[in-house]
Design a protein around this ligand. Structure first.
Ligand SMILES: [Zn+2]
Length: 181
C-alpha cells in the first residue's frame, strides 16, 4: 500500500506504538491499515451415490487442472455461504453445505482454506461456467490425482475419502508448507 485509502495521502511504513510489526500508517489522518491473510472457502459436493462434483479450471492459475469449487470469501458472507456461492459460480450447482472437512493454513501465501462437505441432489443441475471448462461427477477411483490444481484441494479430498472409508466425521487441520519464495 502506497496511499491512505481514507484520505489519499502517502502512507508511512512503521511499527505503531504498542504494536509489534510494521504497518501502513497515515501521517495525516492517523489511520493504521492492517493487511491480513485471505480466506479461501469451498466444498466437496457429493451425490447420494457417492460421486464428487469436480471442475476443470478454465482460468489462471492452473488452467486445465481439476479442483472442487473454492474461492475467496467475500465481505459480509459466512464461510458456508461463500462456499455455496463459489460452487454456483464454478459449476452452476446448488449444494446444501454440511460439515467442515478441512482447515489448512498456508503461511507462505497468507491464505487459510476452509473446505466443507456439500450435499448435491441426485437430479441436481450442473455444467460448465466461465471459470470451468468441464464439470463432472467422479467416483473416488476416477479422481485424476496427478492433475489436481492445488495441494490444498488434494489434501482435503484425501481427508474426505479417508473419513468416508472409516465412517467418521472429523475436521482435519494441516499447515501446508510450500517452498520459500
Ligand atoms: Zn489518511
Amino acid at each position: 500500500m502506497k496511499f491512505c485509502s481514507s484520505c489519499g495521502h502517502a502512507v508511512e511504513h512503521r511499527i505503531p506504538e504498542g504494536d509489534h510489526q510494521p504497518r501502513a500508517v497515515c501521517p495525516v489522518c492517523s489511520a493504521v491499515h492492517y493487511i491480513n491473510p485471505k480466506m479461501v472457502v469451498g466444498c466437496i459436493p457429493e451425490t447420494p451415490d457417492g460421486r464428487i462434483l469436480m471442475c476443470k479450471r478454465d482460468i489462471l492459475p492452473r488452467i486445465g487442472k481439476w479442483t472442487v469449487p473454492a474461492g475467496y470469501l467475500e465481505m459480509g458472507e459466512t464461510t458456508a455461504e461463500g462456499a455455496a456461492r463459489e460452487t454456483i459460480e464454478e459449476s452452476q450447482a446448488l449444494v446444501t453445505m454440511g460439515r467442515l472437512v478441512a482447515v489448512m493454513d498456508i503461511p507462505r501465501v497468507d491464505q487459510v482454506y476452509l473446505i466443507y462437505h456439500g450435499t448435491l441432489a441426485a437430479d441436481a443441475h450442473f455444467g460448465p461456467t466461465p471459470e470451468s471448462s468441464e464439470v463432472c461427477l467422479m467416483r473416488e477411483e476416477d479422481i485424476p490425482w496427478s492433475e489436481i490444481a492445488f495441494r490444498t484441494i488434494e489434501i482435503a479430498l484425501r481427508a474426505f475419502f479417508e473419513d468416508r472409508r472409516l465412517g467418521i466425521s472429523r475436521v482435519h487441520h494441516e499447515v501446508v508448507r510450500l517452498p520459500a519464495r
